[in-house]
Design a protein around this ligand. Structure first.
Ligand code: AMP
Ligand code: TRP
Length: 348
């Protein structure tokens, strides 16, 4: 496929994670692990951001926000992101995100945002009382990406619609202001086996930081014992595992656990069923518990070590922010010039 992102623009990866509570196995398998995988591909520049300005779109406690920012940064590093290879920073330190976010509020159309399913889920029944920020959130997300002219965005499946909107915004900006190729049309990088990890209590709901039941998710910070306990308690059905994928079609909980196994083992669901097909959960769950503990609990241990020294994490984020701001500023100068605004020369 040839589009502007692979021609005029430098190959650049951007992704973000919100500091809104514990990171889950879903965040890890759907996103962070792929951030790490891209780190060894020298054809890309990489920026990974703790998107703290997104975290204030819903109710939050300032006293908890700061430690949540450090915790996501610690999870990045503990998962294998190296600040020498990737730019790690927090969004609120680089004001260009908010500047371009405002400009995109004036580019995106109400009708586009009205279609965003994540707003509907997050606002719930009480839409009138949702913050304007929650509604405009996808515009800020587009700004996060385009302020660096990022071409590739590793995310889980739930962000697909936001990335389509990002492309629409880029295209409209390029067309309206007659600057072809100004912004690239970025491509999502969505993992095949783990795009959507589901709750351990309900195989039809996404595993989420905000689920009221802690047993519904594995947190990266969970101890080995807690991880094993949550897997043992995971909802299942009484049937043995099938020997092929079609046999999982009506069994969302079984499908989810097989998917988690495959993703953690770096194999396919077919291969997992090749080994466990015909065997019951009494065999499968202990194997999954061992595998999850083996892969995830070292990350939790390292996160605890890192968050014990928040000043060190903060120094990494501040240094990353300086590098990110240096990439964003010339692009913002071009944006201001393109719009006929006089802001391009500001230093703030
Ligand atoms: P968030 O926690 O909403 O900021 O999400 C950060 C990243 O994790 C995004 O790329 C999401 O798509 C991804 N993600 C979150 N939950 C899941 C899940 N249950 N399965 C797969 N990916 C997920
Ligand atoms: N909206 C994303 C989420 O909830 C987080 C995010 C914000 C993001 N800005 C981004 C992801 C830019 C990728 C690129 O998961």
């Amino acid at each position: 496929m040839s589009n502007t992102s692979t021609t005029r623009h430098t190959r650049r990866v951007f992704s973000g994670v919100q500091p809104t509570g514990n990171l889950t196995l879903g965040n890890y398998l759907g996103a962070v692990r792929n951030f790490v995988a891209l780190q060894d591909d020298d054809s890309f520049e990489r920026l990974y951001c703790v998107v703290d300005m997104h975290a204030i779109t819903q109710p939050f406690k300032p006293i908890e926000l700061k430690s949540a920012i450090h915790e996501v940064a610690a999870a990045f590093i503990a998962s294998g992101l190296d600040p020498a290879k990737s730019i790690l920073f927090n969004q609120s330190r680089v004001s260009a995100h908010a500047e371009l976010g405002w400009i995109f509020n004036c580019v995106a159309r109400m009708g586009w945002l009205n279609r965003m399913t994540q707003f509907k889920e997050k606002a719930g029944k009480n839409k009138e009382n949702a913050s304007v920020g929650l509604y405009a959130y996808p515009n800020l997300m587009a700004a996060d990406i385009l302020v660096y002219r990022a071409t590739h965005v590793p995310v889980g499946d739930d962000q697909k619609q936001h990335l389509e909107l990002t492309r629409d915004i880029a295209q409209k900006f390029n067309n309206d202001f007659e600057v072809p190729d100004f912004f690239p049309l970025c491509e999502p990088l969505i993992p095949a086996e783990s795009a959507r990890i589901m709750s351990l209590r309900d195989g039809t709901a996404k595993m989420s930081k905000s689920d009221p039941s802690d047993n519904s998710r594995i947190n990266l910070s969970d101890t080995a014992d807690l991880i094993a306990q949550k897997i043992r308690k995971a909802k299942t059905d009484p049937e043995p595992l099938p020997s092929d994928i079609e046999g999982l079609a009506e069994r969302p909980e079984a499908r989810n656990l097989v998917g988690i196994f495959a993703a953690l083992a770096g194999t396919t669901q077919d291969a997992v069923l090749g080994e466990y097909g015909g065997r019951g959960f009494g065999d499968f769950k202990p194997a999954l518990a061992d595998l999850t503990v083996e892969k995830i609990s070292p990350i939790g241990d390292e996160m605890r070590r890192l968050t014990a020294a928040p000043d060190h994490i903060d120094a990494i984020l501040a240094e990353g922010a300086d590098r990110a701001a240096a990439l964003a500023r010339p692009i913002m100068t071009e944006v201001y010039e393109t719009l006929g605004l006089l802001g391009g020369g500001t230093t703030g």
